[in-house]
Write a protein that binds this ligand. Structure first.
Ligand code: 5GP
Length: 178
């Protein structure tokens, strides 16, 4: 892949796969007797979601929501808009929201408020990455993969200006402004 930026590996492919497998085991146990609806937040969660579901050992349906948050490419403004909504009703369903990364927490807060209004039977959150340094609202993550420092990360679904989503590791984009 053509790389215009220097990218330093933060979480290797092996570490990612090991952790995703552990999360899948935990989720499989917790939802063993319930029908799970996994809701992936596009676009960043697509790769995490795909791997997670491969390792799951319980009945699961999937759906996706798309969001954009206004701001420049590395700073979220906090204003969230839904660009793609679910195809099915979540009323009475056991919903697990799957996020790539929780940064300020504003996107998650908005999505949780939106979904809660639709009266699911239960609503939990699974985020691959937790970046608590810049949190602006409280975020309760039921499952998370890794806590990361305050840096802009790419790879494994996460982009910088739509690039680098295909990397199979999480890397830190050095000097994204250059
Ligand atoms: P929040 O609303 O929590 O500030 O941000 C959530 C969204 O911002 C994430 O779903 C992701 O799309 C984007 N985001 C936050 N931090 C990063 C990061 O370090 N790298 C990338 N690629 N996206 C990020």
């Amino acid at each position: 892949m053509l790389q215009e930026h220097k990218i330093k590996v933060l979480i290797s492919t092996e570490e990612l796969q090991k952790r995703v497998r552990e999360l899948a085991q935990e989720i499989s146990r917790d939802y063993a007797n319930r029908e799970l609806l996994m809701v992936g937040v596009l676009k960043g969660s697509f790769m995490f979601m795909a791997d997670l579901i491969r390792y799951l050992d319980c009945d699961v349906e999937v759906d996706f929501m798309g969001t954009v948050s206004y701001g420049d490419s590395t700073e979220s403004s906090g204003e969230v808009r839904i660009t793609k909504d679910l195809e099915q009703s979540v009323a009475g369903r056991h919903v697990l929201l799957v996020e790539d990364i929780v940064d300020t927490g504003l996107t998650l807060r908005y999505l949780l408020d939106t979904l809660r209004n639709r009266q699911p039977a239960s609503l939990k959150v699974c985020a691959l990455l937790d970046k608590p340094a810049r949190r602006r609202v409280r975020a309760n993550l039921d499952y998370y993969g890794f806590i990361i420092p305050n840096a802009f990360v790419v790879g494994y679904g996460l982009d910088y200006a739509e690039k680098y989503r295909g990397l199979n590791y999480i890397g830190v984009l050095e000097d994204p402004g250059s």
